[in-house]
Write a protein that binds this ligand. Structure first.
Ligand SMILES: Cc1cc2nc3c(=O)[nH]c(=O)nc-3n(C[C@H](O)[C@H](O)[C@H](O)COP(=O)(O)O)c2cc1C
Length: 325
């Protein structure tokens, strides 16, 4: 049984990765419904939360139906991070995750996200202080290192565990790689195989098929798979992986009717949560994947992503159903 603190997650949990502008409450709920064992919020800026910035505060929205849910925060200033923990606690998440992996320049340049991989003592100090500041489990998501010459993840993970981190999720790329090339899972397995490690080690990066999830479990021996891009517009992915684990077979692809129904629910939930305009925008990035593999689909997709009202989008869904079902 894999556990984050006392939260039981089953044998090889599948985690919905934190993804900005993707892992919002509607999408998390759909993924949960389709088998995600743990979900994370989008990353939230510590400084933004302290300033009470609307965008940051909204990301604190979590719901009982999606539990266990971790709220992910990023920042590099100790006092701000401690204040942030206090703010986040009020939303009552199951755990708080620290983002030590975001490669984006505007985050890294402030020493936050993957920027902290250049200052491991600060990373350890921040984690230590945050663990001591809350009763909630603190977990960490990070990358292998800053670049190829600084892959010290085995030692780093051990130090984070020693100061009380309750789980570590590792994206098998360095900051220098950004999202390029192929994720390397061997250094993640080295962390897991360190006999001193006892907290869960979750693998992340390029799990885009049930087979890959199985390789991560069976060949690399990791404690769970964190899945990002493969489930955008494809919340079924979690069920597909679980079915494959159980039977060794693939599930049928979702039918056109299942796809239009899911996409419609997604849009309705996004609008209910965030209003018409934002709801329309938020769901746009999912449509390509919801309808992946359908030939001659371009014009329908274009209409979905340029529609100005939900009725227009629903109308396109109806036409898709009629034409391709
Ligand atoms: C659109 C997008 C937004 C992301 N936002 C975050 C984020 O807020 N926090 C975070 O830790 N990682 C973020 N990531 C990284 C993912 O969590 C994950 O580490 C990465 O996509 C690799 O996993 P995958 O190959 O399964 O997608 C983001 C990735 C994408 C594609």
């Amino acid at each position: 049984m894999v556990k984050i603190g006392s939260i039981e997650l089953g044998d090889f949990p599948l985690l919905l990765a934190p993804m900005e502008d993707v892992s919002d409450p509607p999408f998390r709920a759909l993924c949960k419904e389709q088998g995600a064992d743990v979900v994370y919020t989008e990353f939230i800026s510590s400084e933004g939360l302290i300033r009470d910035a609307a965008k940051s505060v909204q990301k604190l929205d979590i719901y009982d139906k999606e539990r266990p849910v971790g709220i992910q925060i990023f920042g590099a200033n100790l006092n701000s991070m401690l204040k942030t923990v206090e703010i986040v606690e009020r939303s009552n998440p199951d755990f708080i995750d620290i983002n030590y992996g975001c490669p984006v320049k505007k985050v890294v340049s402030k020493g936050a996200g993957a920027g902290i991989l250049k200052d491991i003592p600060l990373m350890v100090k921040l984690t230590d202080a945050m663990v001591k500041h809350t009763k909630l489990p603190i977990t960490v998501k990070t990358r292998l290192g800053w670049d190829n010459d600084t892959i010290f993840i085995k030692e780093v993970a051990e130090r984070l565990q020693d100061v009380g981190a309750k789980a570590i999720a590792i994206h098998g790329r360095t900051r220098a790689q950004m999202y390029k090339g192929v994720a390397t899972w061997k250094p993640i397995a080295d962390v897991k195989n360190n006999p001193r490690m006892h907290i869960p080690v979750f693998g992340n990066g390029d799990v885009d098929s049930p087979e890959k999830a199985k390789i991560m479990r069976d060949d690399y021996g990791l404690d769970g798979a964190m899945i990002g891009r493969a489930c955008i517009g494809n919340p079924w992915f979690f069920k597909q992986v679980k079915h494959f684990f159980k039977t060794g077979n693939h599930t049928d692809s979702p039918t056109i009717s299942q796809r239009t129904t899911m996409a419609r629910r997604h849009l309705e939930m996004a609008i209910a949560w965030n209003g018409d305009r934002a709801g329309l925008f938020e769901t746009r990035r999912h449509y390509t994947n919801y309808f992946k593999g359908i030939t001659h689909f371009k014009d329908y997709r274009l209409r979905m992503v340029t529609a100005n009202t939900k009725e227009e989008v629903f109308q396109v869904f109806e036409e898709v159903l009629e034409k391709f079902n």
